[in-house]
Design a protein around this ligand. Structure first.
Ligand SMILES: CC/C=C\C/C=C\CCCC/C=C/C(=O)SCCNC(=O)CCNC(=O)[C@H](O)C(C)(C)COP(=O)(O)OP(=O)(O)OC[C@H]1O[C@@H](n2cnc3c(N)ncnc32)[C@H](O)[C@@H]1OP(=O)(O)O
Length: 208
């Protein structure tokens, strides 16, 4: 399975910030449950999963990419990373766990505290992506890599993948409702809503 985007220049802009702003607790819980299930399915997928990152990939977009088995990113101006702290929010523990599994403890600690967004070359240097190529070569490169992975006996690959990811998946599975409730409570704090409001205004201002 290849994750790619139809939006030029954006692999994924992350979670819909407007869903987290001035929403109701019930809607926040439903929103979070949908995200949890999508991620559990992706990270726990038995399929070979590859990200064709042909554009920006902040926050939830970075989570999607990191949750794949292999990442190819376009060189140039695009950025990738978990930038949550810059929005005044905190990357949930399962976002953190996936990043730890991808780039290790020291790089994750720096990346998360700073809310760092990396260029493709920087992402490559810390292991956040596996390959950087010109934009037009992203999809052919993914397809070529996929052929390599498809040559591995499927049962052996799936058992290996499942055992490598089980602890992180089980950690969320065991506390889904608590996590959803925590999200709804956290996101509706006055201080967090204020930060989100300012961030949305800054995105709109950038455009004008
Ligand atoms: C301990 C704590 C535990 C538990 C939980 C607590 C906290 C919750 C954590 C939640 C985790 C959050 C994850 C996320 O994914 S948050 C989202 C982060 N995303 C971003 O910061 C990206 C913001 N967008 C951008 O930087 C740019 O838009 C982007 C992607 C670089 C593209 O730039 P450009 O091509 O110039 O396009 P525009 O900026 O003009 O955007 C077009 C249009 O889209 C709107 N938009 C962009 N991103 C989002 C988004 N994520 N959600 C909603 N809307 C978005 C933008 O405002 C423009 O709208 P307009 O109406 O003006 O056309």
């Amino acid at each position: 399975m290849v994750l790619a985007s139809a939006a030029p220049g954006i692999f994924s802009a992350g979670l819909d910030i407007l869903e987290m702003y001035q929403s109701t607790p019930e809607r926040c819980v439903a929103f979070w449950r949908a995200l949890q299930d999508a991620w559990l399915n992706l990270y726990g997928s038995r399929l070979i999963t590859m990200a064709a990152i042909e554009g920006h990939s902040p926050a939830g977009g970075c989570l999607l990419a990191m949750s794949c088995d292999y990442r190819v990113m376009a060189e140039g101006k695009f950025q990738i990373g978990l930038n949550e702290t810059k929005l005044g929010i905190v990357a949930p523990f399962w976002f953190t766990d996936v990043m730890l599994n991808t780039i290790g403890h020291r790089e994750t600690e720096k990346a998360l505290q700073l809310g760092a967004l990396y260029s493709a070359q920087q992402a490559l240097s810390i292991g956040l992506v596996d390959k950087v190529v010109p934009l037009a070569e992203v999809m052919p490169t993914v397809e070529g890599e996929l052929k390599n992975w498809l040559q591995i006996p499927a049962a052996a690959r799936v058992i290996t993948k499942t055992s490598m990811r089980k602890a992180v998946l089980d950690r969320l599975r065991s506390q889904k409702e608590k996590d959803a409730q925590f999200f709804a409570d956290f996101i509706n704090r006055d201080s967090v809503q204020k930060s989100l409001g300012m961030y949305i205004a800054s995105l709109q201002k950038k455009k004008n």
